[in-house]
Design a protein around this ligand. Structure first.
Ligand SMILES: Cc1cc2nc3c(=O)[nH]c(=O)nc-3n(C[C@H](O)[C@H](O)[C@H](O)COP(=O)(O)OP(=O)(O)OC[C@H]3O[C@@H](n4cnc5c(N)ncnc54)[C@H](O)[C@@H]3O)c2cc1C
Length: 367
């Protein structure tokens, strides 16, 4: 059986993982990215146990674990005191929550791909021209037109492929801008946990990237002036602002084109799921396509039927967690204050929250 010809549009974590996991199954895809170079700044910081499981056997998992740092759980703070904490403990038999920059995760995936003889073609923008029952026609860069049996559109939240397919991206957005700082800090917050600081008008999230630099993101404009007593900080090494939206594409495959990662779903970074969920999409795509025995459109439809319910339920859960943490009205703040410590002590609830962060809240994709 001839292997299908595959184009992957986008070399973020989703596209790179798809190319790598397809190559491991004998399908050598072309992978292109519109950008001339990888993004220099890291968005995602946490690789979860589900991702480490899915990449096991590629060599990337071992490297991520070697380079990364374990984070043991989450501490919640209010009014300068710890409200409660969740310990990740033994959620997974082999892996924990690993702090590693998205930039390094992408570099490790790219290197593993190069070891299999596949180079990312950079500075090449892909655009869907048309598709029919036999394949998809794509324009690559300025001049090249090519036809593929399957296209995996991992082209990010503003996906041109999603738009070309006429697929909506319904959902909602919070109105405020969230500041982000990577900043050197000396602080009583411990390095081994992520921290969520509740304020009367919002929240901040703090995680040590290494012994010196912390990532702070917040729903309030001035988080650096609200850090716990005893904290001092230097000049940020990177700062940015972003908006949070929760959206799910109602279809993540149509004919010969499938959508993966942020092209199919976006949500708040609280819960550290975006990149990890995209890598899980990629693993599912590789499994379905490699097992398709030439029935490519059937395999892509199976991918949609399997992934769409997962996208919907994960985004719904992350939106609920973020809404509660953000606490933008008195009722939510009261619930946050009163319920969280109680819930954190109920076995089933604690496990549910931890499994959400670990990416273990639904079964893994299976052959
Ligand atoms: C502040 C912040 C913190 C986060 N923290 C976490 C975390 O801890 N854990 C986690 O799992 N997730 C996290 N995320 C989410 C995570 O960064 C994204 O979900 C992830 O980058 C999505 O990967 P992707 O490959 O789907 O898309 P992207 O990373 O957006 O990559 C898309 C790629 O496609 C390319 N492209 C676009 N259009 C075209 C085209 N037409 N042709 C060719 N190439 C194209 C782009 O150049 C880009 O390289 C965070 C996000 C933010 C904003």
């Amino acid at each position: 059986m001839n292997q299908p010809s595959v184009l992957i549009a986008g070399a973020g974590p989703t596209g790179l993982a798809a190319a790598l996991l397809l190559a491991r199954r004998g399908i050598h895809a072309r992978i292109v990215d519109a950008a001339g170079a990888p993004a220099p700044h890291s968005r995602a910081l946490v690789v979860n146990p589900r991702t480490l499981d899915l990449l096991a056997g590629t060599g990337v998992t071992e490297r991520m674990v070697d380079e990364g740092r374990d984070v043991r759980g989450v501490r919640f703070h209010e009014n300068g005191k710890e409200l409660t904490h969740l310990e990740a403990g033994h959620l997974h038999p082999r892996y924990g929550l690993t702090v590693l920059s998205q930039e390094r995760s992408e570099a490790l995936l790219t290197a593993a791909l190069a070891d299999l003889g596949i180079q990312v073609e950079r500075g090449v923008q892909a655009a869907l021209v048309s598709q029919d029952a036999g394949g998809a026609d794509v324009q690559l860069g300025g001049g090249e037109a090519a036809r593929f049996d399957a296209v995996y559109a991992a082209d990010g939240a503003h996906s041109a492929f999603r738009k070309a397919l006429g697929i909506d991206f319904p959902g909602s957005a919070f109105p405020e801008e969230w500041p982000l700082f990577d900043v050197p800090m000396d602080t009583p917050l411990d390095l081994d946990h992520a921290h969520i600081l509740f304020f009367p008008d919002g929240m901040a999230f703090a995680l040590a990237l290494d012994r010196l630099v912390w990532r702070i993101i917040a729903s309030v404009p001035d988080p650096l002036s609200r850090l716990p007593e005893g904290t001092t900080h230097g000049e940020p090494v990177w700062s940015s602002r972003f908006r949070i939206a929760h959206r799910v594409a109602p279809r993540c495959a149509l004919g010969r084109v499938a959508l993966g990662g942020d092209a199919a779903h976006i949500h708040s970074p609280i819960g550290a799921r975006g990149m990890n969920l995209g890598i899980e999409d990629a693993a599912t795509f590789a499994m379905r396509l490699a097992g398709s025995q030439g029935a490519t459109a059937v395999a892509l439809d199976a991918y949609h039927r399997e992934r769409h319910p997962v996208h919907r339920s994960v985004v719904r859960r992350i939106r609920a967690i973020t809404t509660m943490a953000r606490g933008h009205n008195a009722a939510l703040r009261m619930a946050r204050h009163a319920l969280l410590p109680a819930v954190a002590h109920v076995d089933g609830m604690r496990t549910m929250m931890l499994r959400t962060v670990a990416g273990l809240d639904h079964p893994p994709p299976a052959e």
